[in-house]
Design a protein around this ligand. Structure first.
Ligand SMILES: NC(=O)c1ccc[n+]([C@@H]2O[C@H](COP(=O)([O-])OP(=O)(O)OC[C@H]3O[C@@H](n4cnc5c(N)ncnc54)[C@H](OP(=O)(O)O)[C@@H]3O)[C@@H](O)[C@H]2O)c1
Length: 313
């Protein structure tokens, strides 16, 4: 697997940048898939200096835009022999955002960035992944999905294309949690779909990591102060980047697919009971995810929506 080729979306900051350093240090060719060329070039130089690697490429990608995803995948296919690892790390979470926003294809921006853009990218890169000896995909999920242990919590399937943007209250945190739940559901579904081609698809439940200085700089003063306070106790992104690396490269996880791993790289299982003491364990532990994620009705709904929106099966 050494000298493998890895794409990391959002590799210019936070966990993505730490992962780029890790993969490059271990001899991988790293393709940074980033939307802001000027900012990302600085990160590219930093990654090259720290990892002492010259095998770091930068390709432009706005994962919320299908046009950009298609252009990225065509450029990648034309210039690289295959793809070994695809890490969907980039995400939209604009702390304190009060406005419902739409992507160029008229999809709610959180879902376009965290769910449907990555889905389209996975589908368009499947042939390149199929050329690898050991292709692996990793999706960055979050403990925020624990809100789905609440039986009333549901993805707002009917409001993902601006349908009720002017009449329903908008919460960037709810949309973020909904999007990561959808990403987990697609992880399970894609693992089934891509099994026959040997492509493994897993997700990592990230608990807490220091928010990057790059992201903090974009925040309003209130959120900046809060993020700095949280960062006093949050661990460095390098630990989570090591998880990305190990899940995507080690023999131990070679056959794992359709799994959600926690921050200790243990397999998280679907909860079987969501009441009483069991529910407290669900909420405060990191061993189970809400049964909502494997409910066939929910999974088929997001899958059908993804197929209709991306126009790809
Ligand atoms: N940090 C945590 O505590 C935590 C907890 C749970 C889950 N996670 C997950 O872990 C992953 C990494 O988080 P992080 O804290 O390292 O994030 P971060 O430092 O804020 O980085 C996010 C990255 O995503 C990129 N991005 C956002 N929208 C994009 C778009 N449309 N196209 C391309 N790139 C885009 C950003 O690019 P720009 O620089 O151009 O904005 C940035 O590089 C995310 O999926 C996040 O949801 C993190």
């Amino acid at each position: 697997m050494k000298e493998g080729i890895v794409i990391i979306t959002g590799a210019n900051s936070g966990i993505g940048k730490a992962a780029a350093i890790k993969f490059a240090s271990e001899g991988f060719r790293v393709v940074m898939a980033c939307r802001n060329r000027a900012i990302s070039q600085q990160a590219q130089q930093e990654i090259a200096a720290v990892s002492r690697s010259t095998n770091i490429d930068l390709l432009e990608l706005d994962v919320s835009s299908f046009e950009s995803v298609r252009a990225f995948c065509s450029t990648f296919a034309a210039n690289y022999p295959r793809l070994d690892i695809l890490i969907h790390n980039a995400a939209y979470l604009n702390h304190g955002e009060k406005t419902y926003k739409l992507s160029p294809e008229h999809i709610e921006l959180t879902f376009a960035t965290n769910v449907f853009g990555p889905l389209l990218m996975t589908r368009l890169l499947a042939d390149q992944l199929g050329k690898s000896q050991d292709p692996r995909i990793l999706n960055a999920c979050t403990t925020n999905i624990k809100h789905f242990f609440d039986p009333k919590r549901k993805i707002e399937f009917d409001n993902l294309q601006g349908e009720f943007r002017d009449t329903r209250p908008y919460s960037v945190y709810k949309m973020y949690g909904d999007s990561k739940m959808a990403l987990l559901m697609l992880t399970f579904k894609l693992a089934e779909q891509l099994k026959s081609r040997g492509i493994k698809v897993n997700a990592l439940q990230i608990n807490r990591v220091k928010i990057s200085q790059e992201t903090i700089r974009k925040m309003s003063p209130f959120w900046r102060a809060l993020a700095r306070a949280q960062n006093l106790t949050n661990p460095l992104p390098s630990g989570m980047a090591d998880n990305y690396y190990l899940i995507c490269t080690s023999e131990q996880y070679k056959d794992a697919t359709g799994k959600l791993f926690n921050h200790r790289r243990e397999i998280v299982r679907a909860s079987t009971r969501e009441t009483g003491f069991a529910q407290l364990k669900n909420i405060f532990g990191s061993g189970s995810y809400p049964a909502y994620a494997t409910d066939p009705v929910n999974v088929e709904k997001i899958w059908a929506m993804g197929s209709a929106l991306t126009g790809e099966e």
